[in-house]
Write a protein that binds this ligand. Structure first.
Ligand SMILES: [Zn+2]
Length: 464
């Protein structure tokens, strides 16, 4: 299939339209954070469903599911010894309510070694760790929830997350385990306030703090939205593109994830006129409640697990309109990368490819099912962390139309080519459960898997 003319038509349509930015403006300025349980969440879901229909998608569905949601209450952090001072803070989603007084312990950048070497000192204390994603001495990404979980396993009273970026305020992010709420409270402070606490502790050797929060974990309903552009019927295979649409409640979540959600919608709009020539069906997905544990995408992959063998490829676009150096990251699928590299020669857009695996977005439930997965991500990978993401400053003004267009353009050209390959020529077959296990048996994953097992046991011990 020759894409020359189609690419040109898509480029013309893409770069002369403000549709993606118009949609982003509605999602962020009209519906707010779209965080699970807010009124804007359902309004956004209905809006996106209507848009997919307007673009010509068929089989457009709003699939509801139940989960453990969270309502933010008030949060108060007070130093009571050796001085008295109120420190601004926020609770981390899925934190249980709290009311206690305890000593502070400084765990620095939250390296796993710090938790194993100083376990005894942490018992009964409040552990402060910062948001550095690659702590000193650790070659792998260490997620907030691992720092939180290791505090819990060490018998800490609570966890305080310090933003490692100055001037961004406190960073938010879910805690807990497999969609279950956290057992110990978790709160978050700014770089400046966290640094103050660390200095105080260093000078005085002992700092006592009092924490009072009134958050609540409770059952809720959310929605996944999917819609299809049906191909010419020569193949029953599906190429899926998706992004979550929920942001964190303290923010508009404009970069993460809405820039990705509108890029998925824009890709549907751009491809609609051309999809009928493709053998595969293109399915566009907008996931609910990713931010507190990939809940929507897990729900979808489990609910439709009988059909997963039909999924040729899942392409994740979380925050895709904002990632720098937009490229194609594949989750260890070298044969697909070879194809993409061939396409690179004819696609008039500079991008790189990469192979890596991580568990922190909506491709992961599909990866676990053996589906070939990848994402529109920063290639080369940035190691800096989230930036504005997960802070109240992740707002519409941080996103440009051009970036949204670039994401939709690249995704359209790649997705159409993936969907154009005749079934007999598609180079990847699904991984078996044993192959998935083997893929994840890297040092990064074995360490995290061991940690997860300990958390499993801890939750079981608590009867949760
Ligand atoms: Zn995201």
């Amino acid at each position: 299939m020759s894409f020359n003319t189609i690419d040109k038509k898509i480029a013309g349509d893409c770069y002369t339209s403000t549709e993606a930015m118009d949609n982003l403006t509605v999602l962020c300025d009209e519906f707010g954070s779209r965080f699970g349980g807010t009124p804007g969440e359902k309004q956004a879901a209905d809006f996106m469903k209507a848009k997919l229909e307007e673009y010509g998608c068929t089989n457009v569905k709003l699939e509801s599911f139940e989960y453990t949601g969270w309502i933010r209450g008030t949060a108060k952090l007070e130093v009571v010894e050796p001085i008295q001072k109120i420190i601004p803070c926020i609770s981390l989603p899925h934190s249980p309510p709290a009311n206690f007084t305890a000593e502070l312990y400084d765990a620095g950048d939250g390296a796993p070694d710090t938790f194993s070497e100083h376990a005894a000192d942490m018992k009964g204390k409040v552990i402060l760790a910062d948001s550095q994603t690659y702590p000193a001495g650790s070659k792998r990404w260490v997620h907030r929830n691992e720092k939180y979980g290791r505090s819990m396993l060490n018998g800490a009273q609570a966890f305080i997350f310090k933003n490692h970026y100055p001037a961004y305020g406190p960073a938010t992010g879910g805690i807990g385990h497999n969609g279950k709420g956290g057992i110990i409270p978790g709160i978050s402070v700014s770089y400046e306030d966290g640094s103050f606490l660390q200095r105080l502790l260093k000078r005085h050797g002992k700092v006592v703090i009092k924490v009072e929060t009134t958050d609540e974990n409770r059952p809720m309903t959310s929605w996944n939205i999917t819609g299809d552009l049906v191909g010419n019927g020569l193949s029953d295979q599906i190429v899926m593109l998706g992004s979550h649409y929920d942001g964190h409640d303290i923010s508009q979540g404009a970069q993460d994830p809405a820039s990705g959600a509108v890029s998925v919608m824009e890709t549907a709009r751009l491809i609609a006129a051309h999809a009928g020539k493709l053998p595969c069906t293109l399915r566009f997905a907008l996931w609910g409640v990713e931010e507190i544990g990939l809940i929507g995408s897990y729900e979808y992959a489990n609910r439709h697990s009988d059909n997963m063998s039909n999924y040729r490829f899942y392409f994740n676009m979380d925050g895709a309109g904002s990632v720098k150096n937009k490229g194609v990251n594949l989750n260890e699928w070298p044969d697909i990368e070879a194809l993409v590299k061939d396409w690179q020669k004819e696609i008039a857009f500079d991008f790189k490819t990469n192979q890596s695996v991580h568990a922190h977005s909506d491709h992961y439930p599909f990866l676990l099912k053996g589906v070939p997965t990848g994402g529109l991500e920063s290639v080369p990978k940035s190691t800096g962390g989230r930036g504005y993401g997960h802070t109240r400053y992740d707002t519409l003004d941080k996103v440009s139309l051009r970036e949204l267009q670039d994401a939709a353009y690249l995704a359209s050209l790649v997705a159409m080519r993936v969907a154009s390959v005749p079934a007999a020529d598609w180079p990847a077959t699904h991984r078996t459960p044993a192959e998935v296990e083997e893929l994840l048996a890297m040092p990064d994953y074995t360490e995290v898997a061991e940690f997860e097992k300990m958390v499993d046991a801890y939750y079981a011990e608590k009867g949760l």
